[in-house]
Design a protein around this ligand. Structure first.
Ligand code: PGA
Length: 332
């Protein structure tokens, strides 16, 4: 039987077995009914036994028919898996990956993307770093594969996967008087001159929400549209600010003081996001799996915070986020 049965015959038979009707099988496969009947007769002859029997208007499977239907389903499932894995290998050999990251994600996204690209040298990668407005426009036009964001957008239906922690810490110049103090109340911080990110920044919203929850308000002394500019202003002694601990990546030990303030660090996450309903590419899926497989670390955890709060998904900030155990609040 094996040498004479065709895949087409098994496909027709599987369809009849599933739908219980020659007519519906012929419609599903775009074949005429006489073709379906002829192929089924040939198949039964090859098996040497009837595969179906007509009971009233219904087509019922014989015992041999049931066994052949099961075997056909298994054969097609194996073939489907084979086709899928060939497609995946092709995709990962020379696909494209277009990423868009919101401003602050630029501190870790290039490194992760670089490591992924080294593992898959045939993949063309691109990363655009931008603001929230452009993220929404790109999503609406389906321009990029994945978006790395601190806040999944509410305006668009999306699938958002948390990929790592994003603690917001209060930073000051190392010689700032508050750097030596512990457990500073939020009210005390509200009286400091603040340097804030621009309106619309996710970091800024998180800080304002925390103060608002405590019925406090901060009056920014200075508003700057970049994390780097804020760090410079802090070092120039213009005030304090709160930023993602990821902005301390690559900084020297003790370059900034991380203040020990009630309510901080604000626990946030980074998300990999794509529009709901969109089937993401094999490459984008592989990158997402790669992000989720990144080992965690407690590098962002201040001494007073339980490391387990951070350990599961935190990507190492490059040693810039911790604080000296028991000592003053200095970044190292
Ligand atoms: P942002 O960071 O402050 O650069 O917008 C994104 C976020 O934390 O939501």
């Amino acid at each position: 039987m094996r040498h004479h049965t065709t895949f087409r015959q098994l496909e027709i038979f599987e369809s009849i077995a599933r739908l219980g009707s020659f007519t519906r099988a012929s419609e599903e496969l775009y074949l005429t009914q006489p073709t379906v009947s002829m192929q089924m007769k040939k198949l039964a002859d090859l098996v040497g036994a009837p595969l179906v029997e007509q009971v009233g208007k219904k087509v019922m499977l014989t015992e041999d028919g049931r066994e052949l239907a099961q075997a056909s389903r298994e054969i097609f499932a194996i073939l489907d898996r084979f086709t899928m894995s060939v497609a995946q290998r092709r995709g990962l050999e020379k696909g494209k990956l277009k990423l868009m990251a919101i401003t602050t994600a630029s501190y870790f996204a290039p490194r992760l993307l670089g490591d992924f690209a080294k593992e898959h040298p045939g993949i063309e990668v691109s990363l655009r770093v931008t603001n929230k407005e452009q993220v929404l426009a790109s999503m609406a036009d389906n321009l990029d594969d994945l978006y790395l964001l601190g806040t999944p957008p509410e305006e668009i239906d999306v699938v958002a996967t948390p990929i790592m922690d994003n603690p917001i810490v209060v930073l000051a110049a190392p010689d700032h008087p508050l750097a030596r103090e512990s457990r500073l109340p939020l009210e005390r911080l509200a009286r400091e001159p603040w340097i804030m990110r621009e309106a619309g920044s996710g970091t800024r919203k998180a800080i304002e929400r925390l103060f608002h929850e405590h019925r406090l308000e901060i009056q920014p002394r200075l508003e700057l549209g970049s994390n780097e500019a804020i760090k410079q202003a802090i070092l120039a002694g213009l005030g304090v600010s709160a930023l993602s601990c990821h902005v301390l990546t690559l900084h020297q030990p003790d370059q900034f003081a991380v203040l020990d303030v009630e309510g901080f660090p604000i626990q946030r996450h980074w998300y990999a996001v794509y529009p709901a309903g969109r089937r993401i590419s094999v490459v984008a899926r592989a990158f997402l799996d790669y992000l989720l497989a990144q080992p965690g670390g407690a590098a962002c955890a201040p001494a007073s915070t339980s490391a387990s709060t951070f350990a599961s998904t935190t990507t190492d900030c490059g040693g810039g986020c911790g604080r000296r155990a028991g000592g003053p609040a200095i970044a190292r």
